[in-house]
Design a protein around this ligand. Structure first.
Ligand SMILES: NCCCC[C@H](N)C(=O)NCC(=O)O
Length: 525
């Protein structure tokens, strides 16, 4: 009689792709919430109500009331019974506006009215960077990696996806509440509390990120690893793209910035449940792997020891990946936080469409990341792909910094190029880590990379918010904001790109010396 040969659950194609889909869904929900506030920068940084017109322009409500009153007085019309509170969808307004140097009377219809929160650009930058606050300053990402290697995938992922949910709910509470002039930690109470929520969420999101990376290596090592990682990143990008595309329309429709966050929190609940489902599969995979080990008489793998960290810290290739990740991602994710407003003020895109142009970036990566991942699996050239991606990132930011070509279509083309760069580097970088660091230290290795990356995700939005407030904001004599000049912030982003190029080249040289195999295919023939 033929003996039954034990197989691991992950040897089944259907099982491993199902596991991938489930954990990627959890991550996608997290990415949605991460960027759900990015298209709301203009609304958050406007004080009082904002009026949206049917022709897709917007205006602070008190400015509109003043203009309409002035128009009525100048035209000897009876004083309109108009206050900011009375403005509502469907109302028709008449006032005068300068068009091509001439005063013309315009008639507009209000499509919706939403409440602006009156944050400063610095406050918005602080809030956006708060994502990595606990990860960086309380070293939680580092400890998260150690917890992952010590306590395992099921415990860590359940804890971290729960933390994402708690953080999202705090953020929603902060944004849906009017705290008046109350202060917390010497800051506007709403900004401070929303930042605390975002920091707790960010801790959960990043620990979930390293857990999901380890899950994928566990199921796909020696198989379609880069394709699987590419697909996971692609699904995550769907979350980012949806956030960028739907957030502002939802906020406008509901009249308040808190609703997109509430929607994100509900989505996250489903992500949490899907991780619990994955935990059942993970248990089965462990049981089947143990049966295979027993049958083949293999030694049990030694568990993670703190001394293993030394091996990680001593690898030059590992540090180069860290630095590349820091610089490359500093030029992408923080940029997305400010990109919608850039579209409005530099490229003159109507506010309701402005989020769609940055949304092209993640949408493009949805297709391309798995394509490049599969390319890396089959033909290799990982380090080269990273160099090309870094060149493209730099070119994109230089083009955005130029004071010319301020056309919306140009912004679209440049954003597509950024999408290609943002597919090339992640699809080659993440699957390269297991070529440098062994499996049992992988949780800690990914955690350290994410930790260093989070230093950028935290401090770069602070820097850019501050630079926009002090060097990019244009005001008239009365101190009223009239526009923005984005040259300085975009030059800063371009510098990150240049650093990424240099580091990616050093990484390729190191690979040639140490034979990590970054230029070789992942799939064993
Ligand atoms: N906006 C989400 C930030 C997630 C950062 C995360 N540490 C990460 O790098 N994930 C991989 C990726 O390419 O998104």
């Amino acid at each position: 009689m033929k003996e039954k040969i034990q197989k691991k659950l992950s040897d089944s194609k259907a099982a491993r792709w199902t596991a991938l889909f489930i954990v990627s869904f959890t991550m996608m929900c997290g990415y949605f919430l991460t960027d759900v506030m990015s298209p709301l920068e203009n609304l958050l940084t406007t004080k009082g109500k904002v009026v949206y017109f049917t022709d897709d322009t917007s205006m602070p409500a008190d400015t509109l009331v003043a203009k309409v009153r002035l128009f009525s007085a100048a035209n000897m019309l009876s004083e309109p019974d108009l206050t900011v509170e009375k403005l509502g969808a469907g109302a028709k307004m008449q006032y005068q506006e300068q068009v091509n140097g001439q005063q013309v009377t315009v008639e507009k219809t209000i499509s919706s009215v939403a409440r602006g929160e009156g944050w400063s650009s610095t406050e918005y930058g602080f809030f956006s960077g708060a994502y990595g606050l606990i990860n960086v300053f309380l070293l939680m990402l580092f400890f998260g990696g150690v917890i992952l290697d010590k306590m395992g995938i099921r415990f860590t992922g359940t804890m971290s996806s729960g933390l994402m949910l708690v953080g999202a709910l705090i953020k929603w509470y902060a944004l849906s509440t009017d705290f008046g002039d109350a202060q917390l930690f010497g800051m506007n109470m709403q900004v401070a509390l929303a930042s605390v929520g975002f920091a707790i969420f960010g801790m959960g999101a990043e620990i979930t990120g390293i857990t999901v990376s380890k899950v994928i290596v566990k199921w796909f090592a020696g198989k379609e690893l880069a394709l699987a990682m590419g697909l996971q990143v692609a699904m995550a990008r769907i979350g980012t793209a949806l956030a960028l595309a739907v957030s502002l329309p939802v906020a406008r429709m509901m009249g308040n910035v808190s609703y997109p966050v509430l929607f994100g929190a509900i989505v996250l609940c489903t992500g949490f449940v899907s991780y619990l489902v994955y935990c059942m599969m993970d248990r089965k995979e462990d049981a089947s792997a143990e049966a295979v080990r027993m049958e083949s008489g293999q030694e049990k793998e030694e568990g993670f020891k703190m001394s293993d960290l030394k091996q990680i810290f001593c690898s030059r290739g590992f540090w180069l990946i860290n630095l590349l990740c820091l610089m490359f991602y500093a030029g992408v994710f923080p940029f997305l936080k400010f990109a919608t407003k850039l579209m409005i003020y530099k490229y003159d895109v109507p506010e309701s469409f402005a989020g769609l142009i940055p949304a092209l970036l993640p949408f493009g990566t949805i297709l391309l990341t798995p394509v490049f991942g599969s390319l890396y699996d089959r033909i290799g050239r990982g380090a080269t792909l990273m160099i090309i991606g870094s060149f493209m990132l730099t070119a994109v930011h230089v083009l955005f910094a130029l004071p010319v070509m301020n056309y919306w279509w140009f912004a679209v083309v440049v954003m597509i190029v950024l999408g290609i760069a943002f597919s090339l580097v992640p699809s080659a970088m993440w699957p390269s880590v297991p070529k440098i660091i062994p499996m049992k230290q992988l949780g800690s290795a990914y955690a350290i990379i994410f930790y260093i990356q989070n230093i950028g995700l935290t401090t770069v939005p602070w820097l850019i918010g501050w630079v926009i407030e002090h060097f990019a904001t244009l005001r008239n004599e009365a101190g009223v904001i009239t526009g923005y000049d984005y040259t300085a912030p975009m030059v800063i982003f371009a510098i990150f790109g240049v650093c990424a190029i240099v580091i990616a080249m050093l990484l390729r040289a190191e690979d040639a010396k140490k034979h990590y195999g970054l230029e070789e295919a992942n799939m064993k023939k």
